[in-house]
Write a new protein. Structure first.
Ligand code: ARG
Length: 296
């Protein structure tokens, strides 16, 4: 069955950069001209939404909340596969307030049957959603990131909840604090990634699960422009403004790159993938019964 991709985004009306929990975040730069930047952010979010719709996606917009500016990054709200949403638990107190409104948002999605089940993590375990758990439809497995934000111990939970294979990658830097900032599996089996973001063991795991010709290494300026943080829909890759080299590489591989100026969000350390969450992805192999109590 093929259906339209269903993507969650958050209304950027309450977006700002008012604290710093990653090295990209610049509250000072934001404060200099907050009103202009807020307007630019609304424009950038609308442009991303329009680009996704143009490629055929249905976009659901969740309301934001004042004082929770990073709700614009719903990739961190949950891990979603086969209609099951495993809700996130954030490491930083600055973002923990998002958990309740995201939960309410998912309950509303469930009421509309856009998702089926909502599952909570075991208490005390940090896991920041799809930002640290990238579903690879080609390999039928999750790649997870751990270290700066999500805990290593979240990996077996994801494996059990979804009944799928998980490859855990240790993240080595604070700059690339979520897996989605430095790793992107493409639909044709290639992986676009930034090797210095990973520990040696992480790079070895990537090498073990990919063929050499499938590995596309982003340069420091490409990773720093948040181009790895991309949304792939079929052969279209939607990303922040990209250096020419990367666009040429992807074109050669048969991908069409759609670029959006997401600079207001890069000021918070996020871009296209972070600003979205796929709700419709399904695995080829169905999962066994849930070991964790799904909240009815
Ligand atoms: N300011 C946010 C944070 O540090 C940005 C999150 C970006 N999201 C992502 N999935 N990489 O948490």
């Amino acid at each position: 069955m093929t259906s339209r991709p269903l993507i969650l985004m958050t209304d950027p009306g309450h977006y700002e950069v008012s604290y710093q929990i990653n090295p990209w975040m610049r509250p000072d730069a934001w404060a200099e001209c907050g009103a202009t930047r807020a307007e630019a952010a609304r424009g950038a979010s609308a442009a991303l939404c329009a680009a996704l719709q143009m490629v055929g996606a249905q976009v659901e917009i969740l309301a934001g909340k004042p004082g929770l500016p990073d709700m614009v990054f719903p990739a961190n709200a949950a891990v979603v596969l086969d209609g099951v949403a495993l809700m996130a638990h954030f490491r930083h107190p600055e973002r923990q307030g998002e958990e309740a409104p995201f939960r309410q948002g998912f309950e509303a999605l469930r009421a509309r049957r856009l998702i089926d089940e909502i599952v909570a993590l075991p208490p005390g375990l940090f896991q920041e959603g799809a930002g640290d758990a990238h579903w690879d439809a080609h390999r039928q497995l999750f790649w997870t990131g751990y270290g700066p934000r999500s805990a290593k111990e979240a990996t077996p939970v994801i494996a059990e909840v979804f009944g799928q294979e998980v490859v855990a990658l240790e993240l080595a830097t604070q700059q690339f604090y979520h897996l989605d900032t430095c790793f992107c599996p493409l639909p044709g089996g290639e992986v676009l990634y930034f090797p210095p973001a990973f520990t040696e063991a992480g790079r070895a795991a990537i090498a073990a699960f990919t063929d050499p010709e499938q590995r596309i290494e982003a340069s420091p300026d490409e990773a720093g422009a948040f181009c790895v943080n991309a949304v792939c829909l079929g052969r279209t890759v939607v990303m922040a403004k990209a250096p020419a080299r990367l666009k040429a590489i992807l074109a050669e591989r048969g991908y069409r790159v759609v670029e959006i100026d997401l600079s207001p969000f890069i000021l918070s350390g996020g871009a296209a993938f972070c600003m979205t969450l796929r709700l419709d992805q399904t695995a080829a192999r169905t999962r066994p019964a849930l070991p964790f109590a799904a909240n009815a």
